[in-house]
Ligand binder design. Structure first.
Ligand code: OVM
Length: 400
């Protein structure tokens, strides 16, 4: 039996520009080094990059807790930058009541009801973009569609919606170390923080909207009135920018594989499955952290109590031990069962049905109309401590 003192160590900074720009070579070294690896750059931090251990750790919420933060900062030792999220940064039993409310507000039934309202703009946008021929898959599509449809359903006004992107960038960067990326995000999002604070309040959310339903759950006593604005804040933190990143990554993946786009054009019903494969290949959330609540043995190593553990979702999603020899290739025909794109267990993405609906509607509107989609210039990466995505993806499309 070994402890984390004698597991392999990697000297790399996974939050440095080099690895954030291209993480995959590092992921290979991380997986090959062992199931549990030390990252001495961040004191006693340990990391896991293999699918089996990442998945098992995500589901083990009692021993790998979230209440001390799902980022690098240990809330038992450091004051969080904002009041902790009552869902992401909480454990049962506190987590359970909040999760139950969001499960209901964002339920399959609720999301089915959004399809008809979300569909027309997907068609309209795809018409306009295919007519143009050349466009930016991020700034003309991935940022445009989610900011048009979901804030309406959530009850937010038309004015100021881009604050949701700036705030989401901050909330995600803040899960990483206090590096230049995070300092820049604080600066860029200063006004967005104020906007978000204001729009968590009941008076800013339209009657009957999803946001109003969160407040109604507080009136029924299912959560407290102090929690209600923080639950709204969770949706504003993770419901927009990560969706933009996900749409961009899916379009990037397909633009890099024109034959697979052609297969979707031939059978657009496949598009919603291709979305999972694209995100397995290019995962928006690359990392999340947990903290050990007790000594935990993982693959023969004892991780001491109170250790921060860094889980590489993007690496697990490309681990050949799980996916086979072609793990690093995009194949829209493969089974994506077992990916951890949306996490696993009690903290698995609560908004994923809406994200999937948005993706299915806007991507299939495009695969139906465009026989080809290709890169039309160099994509520009958007660096973020925990998200992998693009600031710009120039593409050209050929109408059917
Ligand atoms: C939150 C939250 C949930 C998931 C992801 C996330 C910053 C935030 O509850 O605020 O990323």
């Amino acid at each position: 039996m070994t402890t984390t003192q004698n597991v392999p160590a990697l000297d790399d900074d996974p939050f440095g520009t080099e690895i954030l720009t291209d993480p995959y070579e590092f992921h290979r070294r991380l997986r090959d080094a062992g199931p549990v690896v030390r990252l001495p750059r961040y004191d006693s931090l340990v990391a896991m990059g293999r699918h089996a251990e990442v998945r098992a750790t995500l589901t083990d919420w009692e021993r790998f807790v979230s209440g001390r933060g799902a980022g690098l900062s240990d809330f038992a030792r450091e004051k969080p930058w904002r009041p902790p999220s009552p869902i992401l940064e909480a454990d049962p039993p506190d987590h359970t009541a909040v999760r139950t409310v969001l499960n209901t507000v964002l339920s399959p039934r609720a999301v089915r009801g959004m399809r008809e309202r979300f569909a027309p703009f997907a068609e309209e946008l795809a018409d306009a973009l295919v007519a143009r021929g050349r466009f930016d898959a991020v700034t003309d599509l991935a940022e445009v569609y989610p900011l048009r449809v979901f804030p309406d359903a959530f009850g937010l006004p038309a004015e100021g919606r881009r604050n949701l992107l700036r705030y989401g960038e901050l909330a995600t960067n803040a899960l990483g170390p206090r590096n230049q990326l995070l300092l820049d995000a604080f600066e860029v999002a200063a006004a967005a923080q104020e906007w978000v604070r204001a729009h968590c309040e009941r008076d800013k959310l339209a009657p009957q909207s999803l946001g109003a339903q969160i407040w109604a759950a507080a009136d029924r006593g299912e959560i407290s009135h102090e929690q209600a604005p923080l639950v709204v804040r969770s949706v504003l933190s993770a419901g927009f920018d990560p969706v933009v990143i996900g749409l961009g990554n899916a379009l990037y993946a397909l633009a890099r594989h024109p034959q697979q786009w052609a297969a979707l054009h031939a059978d657009p019903a496949l598009t919603k499955f291709a979305f999972d494969e694209a995100l397995r290949w290019e995962s928006p959330f690359q990392t999340f952290f947990r903290t050990t609540s007790v000594d935990v043995e993982v693959a023969g190593t004892t991780i001491p109590k109170d250790t921060k553990v860094l889980l590489f979702l993007g690496s697990a999603n490309r681990d050949s031990r799980h996916w086979g020899e072609d793990a690093e290739e995009l194949d829209i025909h493969r089974s994506t069962r077992g990916h951890v794109v949306f996490g696993r267990g009690i903290h698995q993405c609560v908004g994923q049905l809406i994200a999937r609906l948005e993706a299915e509607l806007v991507l299939s509107a495009l695969t139906r109309r465009a026989a080809r989609l290709e890169l039309d210039g160099d994509p520009v990466p958007k660096l973020n401590n925990v998200l992998r995505g693009w600031a710009s993806i120039p593409v050209r499309v050929t109408p059917a």
